[in-house]
Each structure stands twice: as C-alpha cells, then as structure tokens.
Design a protein around this ligand. Structure first.
Ligand code: PEP
Length: 253
C-alpha cells in the first residue's frame, strides 16, 4: 500500500512568526494524536522554511515549497532555486499549481522545466494538474490532464517512484467549497496512473497521486478511501490544525 501523503498548501498566508507558533502547537498535538499511518508535509512560503526547519527536524512533519525557479542560479531577481529551497529545509515542492498557471501564465513547458529543476536540486515535485470548469463541462477533463502530464513530464526520467507526486486538482474545486465526488476523484486518479504506467512502467504503481480541491474533514474519508487517491493537497483546511489533523486521521490505516 502507498503511504498516504497529507500535504498542506499554505498559499500566501501566515508569517514566519505566526507559523512558528502554529508549528509548535501542531507538534504538541501530535504527542496525543496518532497519525503515524500517513506522511505529513506542509508546503509553506519560502520565507518560512529556514525558520521552521529546526523546529520540524526529527519530527514526522516535512516541509515543502510552493513554487520554484526553473533555473539553477543566475540573474533572476526574485526567483528561488530548488537548491535554495532544499538547503533551507524543503523536501517537497508544489509545481504547476493552478494559481501559478492562472496568475503567472505558467504553461506545461515551464511546469516541466520546474519539475526537472526540483529533481536536479534535491526536491520531490508535487506536480499539480486539473481541468477548469469549462473543460469539465465540455467533457475535456481527461484530455486536459493527459496533456498537462505529457507536457510536464516530457524528458523527465523517473528513477524512483518516490521522486514524484502528482496532485489531481480540478480548478473549479480549489478554494470554492465545491468538491469532486469521490468517484470522479478516483476516475481521474486512475487516468493519471494509467498515463504514468505508459510512461514509466511498473514504477508508476508506487507513485502517489493526491486529490486536491476543498478537501476537509467531512469529505476526506470518502475521498481517501479510493484506490487511486493516495492523499490530499489541502489549501484552506491545512491552515487549521484541527482540520489538518482530522484529515490525516481520516486516511485509511
Ligand atoms: C490548493 O490550494 O491546492 C487547494 C486544494 O485549496 P483548497 O483546499 O482550499 O481548495
């Protein structure tokens, strides 16, 4: 069985100071709540990593970034490289989130370059794919996800199934309170898995495929019970400790 990955995406919320208080409280909560059946990762603003890394070191909580430069280093003002994120304490990095695609015009080629940058720089990419509402209504959701995976993974040679995480996030469900049904999430997880199998063979069986889009304690158990939903990418609810831990607890043991 694939260990469920319960990945928070804090977006542009909290400061290093408030995040420090939050993280200490989460670690305190973990002394009385057993969620050792899942892997916990919080994808935080880049400014928080070096502050949170000493607090989470040696605990069950891993850290991740939310975006990464496609470049190794150079005159790219404002950009943060994979090596910088890794050195500051990140193990994972969200890549191709729909908010990056929408507000920063990231296309599949750029997302692919960022996946490659993560792998070269020592980070595990959490590659986000998913259709917008009009694509779902037009019945183009599968084709959209396959196109995004094809573009982002072109030239990416996977050596270990743990080197990649895919997050299926229907854009119409992110931050809207609308959630895909568990059956739809499973169907799209299976589409992603079948693409990965065609691309990487048996390695794909162990790649984790997450669902993201208004996951919360009330819908998590049903979603996480599905065969090709190996965890969640959780925005709003991951900022609330009780909700984040309740989602983790809802994952199958
Ligand atoms: C996300 O930010 O990837 C996300 C799924 O957000 P939310 O859980 O708030 O819909």
């Amino acid at each position: 069985m694939r260990t469920p990955l319960i990945a928070g995406n804090w977006k542009m919320y909290t400061t290093p100071s408030t995040a420090t208080v939050w993280m200490r409280a989460l670690l305190e909560d973990l002394t009385s709540q057993d969620v050792s059946h899942v892997e916990l990762v919080l994808n935080v603003p880049a400014t928080h990593l070096a502050v949170l890394a000493p607090i989470t070191a040696g605990t069950p909580v891993a850290l991740g970034g939310q975006d990464v430069s496609a470049h190794d280093e150079g005159a790219y003002t404002g950009e943060v490289s994979a090596a910088m994120l890794a050195n500051a304490g990140a193990r994972y990095c969200v890549v191709g989130h729909s908010e990056r695609r929408q507000y920063h015009a990231e296309d599949d080629a750029l997302v692919g370059a960022k996946v490659a940058a993560c792998l070269a720089g020592g980070l595990i990419p959490i590659l986000c794919v998913g259709e917008v509402e009009s694509e779902r209504e037009a019945g183009e959701h599968e084709a959209t996800v396959i196109r995004q995976l094809t573009g982002a993974l072109e030239g990416i040679d996977l050596k270990d199934s743990g080197d990649l995480v895919v997050a299926y996030e229907p854009v119409w469900a992110i931050g809207t309170g609308k959630t895909a049904t568990a059956d739809d999430a499973q169907a799209m997880g299976a589409v992603a898995r079948s693409f990965l199998k065609g691309r990487y063979g048996p390695l794909a069986d162990a790649v984790r495929i997450l669902y993201g889009g208004s996951m919360k304690p009330s819908n998590a158990a049903e979603l996480l019970a599905k065969a090709d939903v190996d965890g969640g990418l959780i925005g709003g609810a991951s900022l609330k400790r009780d909700q984040y831990l309740a989602i983790a607890a809802a994952a199958p043991r």
